[in-house]
Design a binder for this molecule. Structure first.
Ligand SMILES: [Mg+2]
Length: 98
């Protein structure tokens, strides 16, 4: 499945179910990822930890984040802000090393 097809599905999804419903689902998916992170924290020393649930929730969250970016047409702004935040983090890391 290519990016054009994914974008069409995402736009159709919001047309069919509506912005409000998809925002509720986004919040639910973020909460589900939060739960899997908590499970990992509770089992942090387990070398055999099963990441299946976390992989599933990460995919769900990627999907809802893509929905927000595409439907609000924020790709360029998010890309710019992402780069800014990575650079800022790199600078903080360099200060921490000193
Ligand atoms: Mg989920």
């Amino acid at each position: 499945m290519d990016n054009i097809e994914i974008k069409k599905i995402i736009l159709d999804l919001w047309d069919i179910f509506g912005e409000k419903e998809q925002l509720i689902i986004a919040l639910e998916e973020l909460a589900e990822l939060q739960k899997t992170i908590t499970k990992r924290l509770r089992d942090i020393n387990n070398p055999d930890f099963n990441f299946h649930d976390m992989v599933s929730e990460l995919a769900d969250v990627c999907f809802v984040i893509d929905q927000l970016i595409i439907n609000y047409q924020l790709q360029d702004r998010v890309d710019e802000m992402f780069t800014h935040k990575v650079k800022r983090t790199k600078q903080l890391m360099e200060l921490y090393k000193e």
